[in-house]
Design a protein around this ligand. Structure first.
Ligand SMILES: Cc1cc2nc3c(=O)[nH]c(=O)nc-3n(C[C@H](O)[C@H](O)[C@H](O)COP(=O)(O)OP(=O)(O)OC[C@H]3O[C@@H](n4cnc5c(N)ncnc54)[C@H](O)[C@@H]3O)c2cc1C
Length: 302
């Protein structure tokens, strides 16, 4: 008996690697918005070695590589993408280990799991981020933030994979974090270590629960088919500008603004990605014209 994965469908450049590669995988089911077409190749590697083999094969053959985390911040075009999409869902990429005041976590772990594991161990510093959807990897790449706290603030180091399949540890001082951005774009985040403060677990749990309720009240409820459209400009929120510009009731085709949380776009079943993109551009244009502010899109269009 061997625990080798079943072979990939014939004809892909990954056939000789011991990895399972799906062809024409629909990406809508991997994103919050639930829209978009297929990716040419899709893989959920079971180890760092198999990930490395896929990544270096993409590098050698010129195949574009994308990583999908929780899919809460990507928009996939309706006609799909020609790329290898990797999802770090296997156990070696999703662990959370606490050691004293330090937490090491895999990039594929959900951010909420990292926060709750830290709180359970009486470690504070991340609890304000509890309501943000997605993974630690996605959160680090876009420096996820809420209520004045951002994920980059507590990073000690991040382990990344480079396009040639080799890995590297980057210390906090070698990584730049800014609003909704980090210098980790362009590499694959494998894991990270966070340094946190000791606190009373009971008090932290209460604080985390309060944050969860606050964050939920600021997000669309009753649907997962949503995405946050814009970054908050310095000193104000995208939501207030969108409301001031009178865009709350806008819709294009099957994509509309979520009226009570105006920085979110919500999609109906069967919505083409172009409706979402056009709506984002329309809102951006109206805010620019009426208020003279250039909103920067938050959602990443593949
Ligand atoms: C309802 C809702 C509420 C939200 N609230 C907030 C909020 O309060 N604050 C906030 O900051 N954001 C918020 N967001 C936006 C989004 O959740 C965050 O940006 C989140 O951190 C994205 O993580 P993800 O795993 O879903 O990333 P994905 O959407 O899967 O990917 C985002 C980007 O990161 C890249 N990426 C993902 N994983 C890796 C990896 N391991 N290595 C390299 N690149 C990777 C992807 O290629 C892509 O470019 C919200 C979104 C929704 C839908």
């Amino acid at each position: 008996m061997t625990d080798q994965p079943p072979p990939s469908p014939a004809g892909s450049p990954f056939d000789d690697l011991a990895v399972t590669v799906q062809l024409a995988e629909p990406l809508a089911k991997h994103t919050w918005l639930g829209v978009g077409g297929v990716t040419q190749y899709f893989c959920e590697p079971v180890s760092v070695d198999s990930l490395s083999a896929v990544v270096s094969r993409c590098n050698e053959t010129g195949i574009k590589l994308r990583v999908i985390g929780g899919g809460s911040n990507v928009l996939v075009p309706s006609d799909g993408i020609e790329a290898m999409v990797i999802r770090l869902s296997a156990p070696p990429f999703c662990g959370v280990e606490v050691d004293g005041q330090s937490v090491r976590v895999g990039a594929g772990a959900k951010l909420v799991h990292l926060v709750s594991a830290a709180v359970q161990e009486g470690l504070s510093g991340l609890e304000d981020l509890v309501g943000i959807p997605g993974t630690v990897g996605g959160g680090l790449v876009g420096n996820a933030a809420a209520h004045g706290c951002n994920l980059g603030q507590r990073v000690h180091s991040v382990t990344v994979m480079l396009p040639d399949g080799t890995t590297e540890d980057r210390l906090r001082d070698d990584i730049a974090f800014a609003s909704s951005w980090s210098s980790l774009d362009g590499v694959i985040v494998l894991s990270a270590r966070f340094d946190l403060d000791e606190d009373d677990p009971e008090r932290l749990t209460k604080r985390m629960q309060k944050q969860w309720i606050v964050e939920r009240s600021e997000q669309p409820s009753g649907t997962r088919s949503v995405a946050m459209m814009f970054k908050d400009p310095v000193g104000t929120t995208a939501e207030s500008l969108i409301a001031q510009a009178g865009c709350r009731d806008l819709c294009i085709g099957s994509a509309s603004i979520y009226p009570s949380c105006a920085n979110y776009v919500v999609t109906a079943v069967g919505c083409p990605s172009s409706d979402v993109q056009q709506l984002v551009e329309k809102v951006r244009g109206i805010v620019r014209e009426k208020l003279g502010v250039e909103l920067a899109p938050r959602i990443r269009v593949w």
